[in-house]
Each structure stands twice: as C-alpha cells, then as structure tokens.
Design a protein around this ligand. Sequence first.
Ligand code: FES
Length: 111
Amino acid sequence: MQVLCDLDTIQEDQSKGFEIEGVSLFAVRKDGQVYVYQNQCPHLSIPLEYMPDQFLCSENYFIQCATHGALFEVDSGNCVSGPCVGDKLTQIESIVENNQIMIRLPESALA
Ligand code: FES
C-alpha cells in the first residue's frame, strides 16, 4: 500500500482530490470513516468536481457529479440519483494506519 495523505488533511464531511501515479482520485471523510474513489463519473467517465476538492453535495451528504448532478452514496459509491442510477463509482482500497490514509491502486486503474 502507499500513503495518500495524513488523516488530518481531510476534515469530517470534507473531500479532497489527488493525482497518484497518473490516477485521479478523491477521498471523503464521513461518520468517522475514510472512503476513496477514482475520480471518474460512471456516466461519461469524466472527473466529478467543478472546483478543486469539491466532491460533495451542498449538504455534504452525497458525493455529487458537477456535470449532470448525479448523486452517489459516500459509503458504497452507488449512484442513487441522476443519469447513471444503478451504476457506481470505483472504490479504491484504503485503510488508516498511524494517522495516515493508505491506499492500494488497482491494476485496472493504472492501465
Ligand atoms: S457526467 Fe456525471 S452525471 Fe453526467
């Protein structure tokens, strides 16, 4: 696994984008957990955010795609509203260790 960032880099109910080995990712902290996803909307395979590090809806409850407003559950990545309902974000394996967020990039993301 590799270090993504210090846990303190992201506050609860906040998100942050990263570029790791050419792969665009973002991490969200919610309910004391960390979730990491590939930054690619399943609708058109484009990045989700319209401003840096803004991956959440205005209530910070769902992950939101800025292009057509699709909403995704933070814990599962499932799309619950918008043009890609039934599809999901690609989750990246992650753990928190020694106050750092660690990730494992899948081969498919690196291809
Ligand atoms: S590109 Fe994300 S909802 Fe259309």
